[in-house]
Design a binder for this molecule. Sequence first.
Ligand SMILES: *Cc1c(COP(=O)(O)O)cnc(C)c1O
Length: 432
Amino acid sequence: MRDELPGIPDHGWPADEVLDRIDARRAGDLDWRGGRAFSLVYNPGDEGLERLLHAVADRYLHENALNPFRYPSLLAMEQEVVAMGCRLLGTAPDAGALTSGGTESIFLAVQVARDAARTGRGIAEPQLLTASTAHPAFAKAAKYLDVEHVRVPVGPDGRADVDAMAAAIGDRTGLVVGSAPCYPFGVVDPIGDLAAAAAERGVLFHTDACLGGWLLPWLERLGEPVPAWDFRVPGVTSVSADVHKYGYGFKGASIVAYRDRTLLTRQHFWYDDWPGGLYASGTTAGTRPAAPIAGAWAAVTHLGVDGYLRMATAVRDTTRRFVHGIDAVAGLAVDPRPDAAAMQITATAPTLDGPQAGTGAVPARGSALDLGALGDAMDRRGWALDRQQGGLHLMVSPYHAQVVERFLVDLGAAAAEGGTSEGVGATYGGIA
Ligand SMILES: *Cc1c(COP(=O)(O)O)cnc(C)c1O
């Protein structure tokens, strides 16, 4: 394999040939435009927005946001989109920063909490406390920033277990984390109780709203019973919210925001002892792509409140159709019940009107539908569902409104196909 990887071509390829080769390779990529993707791409199904984002990327492909004073346009757009995000989350308009994504937002929040614990509370080696459903970016931040990560299992409803989390807060805890919602199940942790438990011990609390930050506020305005999770909740000291997810900007944009601007300043870097001159930055990167900044600003201002409410309505209604439709397929259920957008498809034990009907037999544990095989059967039908520990994962974009019925027909057929074909085992062959 290694020997097959090429070196630089001796003679440069003509642009047409480069593009032909790229297009040939792209043929094997995930078809998100057709609504076949349930992670990775958040498709608003809005051609006007897509054209706008292409035009914006074209204008800012080569600019460098490392020195915003050379690009007043970028400085203004960044300050404005941060202010819009901060107001949405319920904090001061200058108490946040635009980062390259959720992972960077989380790294910075962990770094700020680590340093606040060290200098403010004299804890040499602060710990990070999360539920087991917290995004792997927290484990990654703990590794990179040399912080010990303490993980607590979630309850049967998929939410962080408040008592267990509170009991795990110790003298070295520097940051407690809750998700709104968590990626695997789409459930919102009990942020109010978790943040109160942290505040009681003088510990900072981060709400990871990478997924929900640009969705839950609109669902709340639509009258949905969204559990409290933002800066209105006492004790929440930082929040991450990805513009490149339900904010519908293109990749490379997230907001990290703080209750108090003095926390934000802990992530700032100044270096004035370099022959190259004063070097300062507000986030992790040096050279910074400009396009995601302009793209975030363009998406937020083009959609506006009415656009986001329209998108959130589509996500809400389509999520309901997925949940009800999946529950209606024999042998399948959405579990736990999601609060928003993301969900897990699980296998139920066969019921007595299923394959064991009339036999009086207690359904055997192993006779539930094989979800790995179901995922493969859906792959063959062109649907890309991610596999996770307890089932298949699905995340809803507005565009899925166009395909949900077709998806459900295929899911029913894939489930009914049983394990008789493609050698995936016959343990669930009778379930239809
Ligand atoms: C996507 C996500 C992240 C990480 O964000 P990236 O943009 O992929 O780095 C963190 N937390 C949650 C809940 C997410 O869904």
